[in-house]
Design a protein around this ligand. Structure first.
Ligand SMILES: C[S@@+](CC[C@H](N)C(=O)[O-])C[C@H]1O[C@@H](n2cnc3c(N)ncnc32)[C@H](O)[C@@H]1O
Length: 219
């Protein structure tokens, strides 16, 4: 289904055949979270419910590795960040809506490396005292206006060679504009602080979303 060769997956993320599927699917090892099929301890990672899953399916080289220290922005009720915490090291999960954060806290009970934070990703000063610096990756999926600004504000947590792996939702920026124009504007704004390494549209998994991988721009 991907348009280019499979990109590298972090150790701890595999492609595995599950009963009833026509082809192998992504999977991580951990406690189930959202009713996903589990076989021999491997949880199927549903790319239609996860922008990061779709980013792997589209073959992007995210630079993510097992054991990475990760800041995840827009964790919601933990669907994707649970898979991240299955392969990563310390995983700080920021979500500003109380209701999904309650579920997220439950997901973290089985994962000692997952730290839920009921915080606004636009105000990183409010969690800077909790999140370590020199992180390997910021993973972002905040469906909000100003997605480039969120990424720029959180660049402070990244190591010089760290990665931003973000999914940009066009409709959150401007429902009236052509998504391509929205993505161009977001990428241009991101270039204030990041070098863009790769991008891909996330169809057919997610309509009008752009996945991007970037690294902090050298001053
Ligand atoms: C598309 S959902 C995330 C889905 C999740 N990443 C997953 O794949 O499991 C976007 C989330 O971003 C959260 N969000 C939006 N703006 C935010 C902000 N400024 N700070 C923190 N969370 C935010 C929303 O409450 C929502 O839960």
């Amino acid at each position: 289904m991907s348009e280019r060769p499979d990109g590298p997956l972090p150790d701890g993320v595999v492609r595995r055949q599950f009963p009833g599927d026509d082809e192998p699917r992504l999977a991580t090892r951990g406690e189930p979270v959202y009713g996903e099929p589990v076989e021999d301890g491997w949880r199927r990672w549903d790319a239609t419910r996860s922008k990061l899953g779709a980013t792997f399916e589209k073959g992007l080289d995210t630079g993510l590795e097992d054991g990475d220290a990760v800041l995840y922005l827009g964790a919601a009720n933990g669907t994707t960040v649970s898979h991240v915490a299955d392969f990563a090291g310390p995983t700080y999960a920021v979500e500003f809506a109380p209701r999904p954060t309650r579920d997220l806290v439950g997901v973290a009970e089985d994962r000692p490396n997952l730290f839920p934070l009921l915080k606004d990703a636009r105000k990183p000063a409010n969690y800077a005292h909790v999140v370590e610096s020199d992180l390997d990756a910021v993973v972002q999926d905040v469906a909000t206006r100003g997605q480039a600004r969120v990424a720029l504000e959180n660049r402070r947590f990244l190591a010089d060679d760290g990665r931003l792996v973000a999914a940009i939702k066009a409709r959150s920026e401007d429902v009236t504009k052509d998504p391509r124009a929205v993505f161009d504007r977001v990428l241009n704004e991101l270039r204030e602080g990041y070098e863009i390494l790769d991008t891909a549209r996330l169809e057919p998994f997610h309509e009008d979303h752009l996945a991007l991988v970037a690294t902090p721009k050298r001053e």
